[in-house]
Design a protein around this ligand. Structure first.
Ligand SMILES: O=C(O)CCC(=O)C(=O)O
Ligand SMILES: [Fe+2]
Length: 507
């Protein structure tokens, strides 16, 4: 076998005499988006070298970044601009007249191919590992550069493992993930490149025997000057908005995948942008005295002065993504993480204590009183913690991963990965489930009690719903074009919701 010691040996067109002889297929109906499969994009030797180098660097479980029910394959992030540049060169070589020709430029008026994202992700799937139905996220590099297509090379051949096909669906998880909804199934071939629009719903099926490896990146595009270019500067955030919080002055704060926190007046006027987080901002809380606390996938907890926009303090809060935050009193804040722990903090950001017990990600926290905290976890349990004794004093297990929680003087609400919302009562000792209903046709992302006995729920079925409590009558419904992630009620009574479309919507 040809010896390849570094990835830099990925050079000229590999083993092929004519680089343009590669077979090209279009696995999806055009109406669902671009999807292009190019055989023998990398040679077998190049694939083996990439795998060997990745194994030498070592894979990590995706568990600190993604819940296992969503994806549990192993992963490695490799920033390699030189390799990305060579992959782009190869792409231009294999496409007659350059890669742009293949990509249906009509779909991207005003945008031109810039390159392959140098943030390369190597993924390994061993038996039992999978990546459930999803759309791929957009990488934003300022208003004039963003990714639009997924770039994925299969490094192992389908005859070396069982399962592990890439599945394409006609619609999102609201329509289930059943075999009937599969529009195309791609059996991995070593060296094949697949390119598809980020918005196409897809999954990596469970590998049942052997090992599957892929190299994953994105195609980046830059905006061309001129009247064709569609403005994107009007979006409230670049990419997904994850979380909202009301502010004492009547406005609100939003946090996004762009790592930014934006402050807004109640009428929607932008006040300022707080920058500093290195990754998605997943939770926000007004902690009083003009301070905002934020948590991020970058594992930190930050404290900000809302009047000046200054970041006063940054602490590493968790050993994995920090997912949830709640203010208990002027003196006490709690955060929950993908490391399964709950951490308690002073309002000055000193770490006080840790609560352990959950067996999965702590997605939601809610204060019941100054020294009583409720937590909802991917492990399917709801727990109540007495913060005077730092003990879990009540616990209820449910069959599905819990994703969100909110509290209200008379009740608690939780939402789960299967679209169910449950209402609970806690009498100081016993935790009783008082109601349970299917609120969404996919995972519930947020539950929030509103004034006048109403409950708002946000779902991965792209719906915001408002329910009357306790009758459970549906009072209002808003359908968006992508997941709805949060909703808050402002002092004046308006509700503001947000989601993966990057927009805040007042109603
Ligand atoms: O493994 C696969 O076939 C799909 C992987 C995928 O969807 C991703 O990495 O975004
Ligand atoms: Fe994907």
């Amino acid at each position: 076998m040809e010896a390849i010691s570094t990835v830099s040996d990925l050079e000229a067109p590999g083993i092929h005499d004519d680089p343009r002889s590669r077979a090209i297929e279009y696995p999806l109906p055009r109406s669902l988006g671009n999807c292009i499969l190019i055989a023998d994009f990398l040679s077998a030797t190049e694939c083996k070298a990439l795998i060997a180098q990745a194994e030498a660097r070592g894979f990590a479980s995706a568990e600190s970044d993604y819940p296992p029910s969503y994806r549990n394959n192993d992963r490695q992030v490799l920033d390699d601009p030189a390799l990305a540049e060579r992959l782009l060169r190869r792409l231009n070589e294999v496409c007659q007249g350059g890669a742009e020709n293949l990509l249906d430029a009509d779909q991207r008026t005003g945008w031109r191919l810039q390159g392959v994202n140098e943030r390369l992700r190597l993924c390994r799937y061993r038996p039992g590992q999978q990546f459930r139905i999803h759309q791929d996220g957009v990488h934003h590099r300022g208003p004039d550069c963003r990714s639009m297509l997924t770039f994925m090379v299969y490094l192992t051949d389908g005859n070396e493992f069982e399962g592990g096909d890439t599945l394409f669906y006609g619609a999102g998880p609201a329509h289930g993930e059943s075999a009937d909804d599969i529009v195309a199934r791609v059996r991995p071939r070593a060296g094949s490149l697949i390119l598809f629009d980020h918005g196409v719903w897809h999954a990596g099926a469970t590998v049942t025997r052997g090992t599957k490896y892929i190299l994953r990146s994105d195609l980046l595009f830059h905006r061309t000057q001129g009247e064709d270019a569609e403005p994107i500067a009007t979006a409230h955030h670049q990419g997904y908005i994850w979380a909202l919080a009301t502010l004492a002055g009547g406005g609100l704060a939003s946090g996004g995948r762009d790592g930014n926190i934006r402050l807004w007046k109640a009428d929607g006027t932008a006040i300022r942008t707080l920058t500093g987080h290195g990754q998605s901002v997943l939770g926000l809380a007004d902690i009083g005295n003009g301070l905002l606390a934020s948590i991020s996938r970058d594992r930190t907890l930050r404290f900000w002065a809302t009047a000046s926009g200054r970041c006063l303090k940054t602490v590493t809060a968790h050993r994995a993504a920090a997912l949830s935050i709640a203010r208990l009193s002027d003196r006490l804040i709690a955060t929950g993480g993908a490391d399964h722990s709950i951490q308690l903090w002073s309002a000055q950001g000193e770490r006080l204590r840790m609560l352990e017990g959950h067996q999965g990600w702590v997605w939601g926290l809610a204060a019941l009183a100054d020294d009583l905290l409720a937590s909802a976890s991917e492990d399917g349990s709801l727990r109540i913690w007495d913060l005077q004794r730092d003990q879990c004093i009540a616990r209820r297990q449910t069959p599905h991963p819990m994703r969100t929680i909110d509290a209200h003087p008379e009740a608690l609400a939780t939402g789960d990965a299967n679209g169910n919302v449950r209402l609970w009562a806690f009498d100081g000792e016993r935790l009783v489930e008082t109601a349970s209903f299917t609120a969404h046709a996919a995972a519930v992302r947020r539950v929030r009690f509103l004034r006048d006995g109403r409950l708002a729920t946000c779902g991965e079925d792209n719906c915001l719903r408002i329910w009357d409590i306790p009758s459970l009558a549906l009072l209002h419904e808003d359908q968006r074009i992508n997941f709805v992630t949060d909703v808050v009620e402002l002092q004046g009574g308006a509700t503001v919701s947000c989601g993966y479309d990057g927009e805040l919507v007042w109603s």
